[in-house]
Design a protein around this ligand. Structure first.
Ligand SMILES: [Zn+2]
Length: 309
């Protein structure tokens, strides 16, 4: 079976306030290959297993811990000295990632660390529907190992005009279960943010955003549809996305009073790795059990298993 690509990025859009006070929100839809029929085929194997309780439990007990060697590539405009302190920082990134993936049974090990001299910036890779990203991956990926490319941002996050300010920052991106490449791209700014690193690895191993609705339709609060709509995960409650962040009380860590058209009140998990919400009083981020199971199953697919040792 072929696994088709889908790219999802983690894009931070800070409130872009114009003269009449509108807040713009980019829900960051899939930006490449958005044909829903193709993507449904992509996720089908995992969904069928998730549907079958006894099969899922059997596999859960049989799948063993997997070690994924990691190759870090620091993309730098000028020559850069790989010091012990840089290597130590990358090891810290992985130890935090390993903590996040404990429940999945994945262990990530820094195996290679390299510097690639190039002036390319993170934003350039995402232009023209990630056209340059595909070329970049083809030129610099290695076939047998998961690579994390770390790129600098361009200098400015904000565009200022006479009456508006618009700011955005891409934290990183990755294809979801794609055979197109074996990499995750992170910004140098966000590689030190354990939430964003775990989020991108979550995509790489098959997870969608908790607020996903474009690809499979909106999560409709109906339990019988939870495997086929939204993020296709049943134990993540419906999430309307950060456009409705005004309904969140970050003191009590809950969304209050926002309902769908049928009167169902949204209670998204704020501290889920695959959401876009801010930390709630530093409440620990986590994956749900079903998210962990989906990643575990993704680790068994040939396109991912071959990257483990
Ligand atoms: Zn994302």
């Amino acid at each position: 079976m072929k696994y088709f690509p889908l790219i999802l990025t983690l894009l931070f859009l800070f409130p872009a306030l114009n003269s009449i006070g509108q807040v713009h929100e980019d829900k960051n839809w899939c930006q490449l290959n958005c044909n829903p029929s193709i993507i449904k085929e992509n996720a089908q194997v995992i969904t069928e297993i998730m549907r079958d309780d006894s099969l899922r439990q059997l596999l859960d007990s049989r799948i063993e811990t997997k070690v994924f060697p990691i190759r870090f590539v620091l993309v730098k405009e000028q020559s850069f000295n790989l010091t012990d302190s840089v290597r130590h920082e990358l090891d810290t990134v992985l130890s935090q990632l390993n903590e996040a993936f404990k429940g999945v049974g994945f262990v990530f090990e820094r195996t290679r660390t390299e510097v690639l001299e190039s002036a390319i910036k993170l934003e350039e890779l995402s232009q023209n529907r990630f056209e340059l990203y595909d070329k970049f991956s083809a030129a610099h990926d290695q076939d047998d190992i998961l690579t994390v490319f770390i790129l600098d941002h361009k200098n400015d996050f904000c565009t200022v005009t006479d009456n508006s300010i618009s700011c955005s920052r891409i934290g990183g991106f990755s294809y979801v279960l794609s055979s197109l490449n074996n990499n995750i791209v992170m910004s140098e700014f966000d590689i030190k943010d354990p939430k964003i690193v775990a989020h991108e690895f979550g995509h790489f191993f098959g997870l969608y955003h908790t607020f996903e609705e474009r690809l499979f339709g909106k999560d409709n609060f109906n339990e019988s549809d939870c495997l086929t709509t939204g993020d296709r995960i049943c134990d993540t409650s419906p999430d309307p996305g950060t456009a409705f962040e005004l309904y969140i009380n970050y003191a009590t860590c809950e969304m209050i009073g926002f309902k769908d058209e049928n009167g169902n009140e949204y209670k998204p998990i704020l501290e889920n790795y695959m959401s876009y919400y801010k930390p709630c009083y530093l409440k620990k981020y986590s994956f749900t059990k079903d998210q962990e199971m989906v990643m575990k199953l993704a680790g068994e697919l040939p396109i991912r298993k071959r990257l483990s040792k």
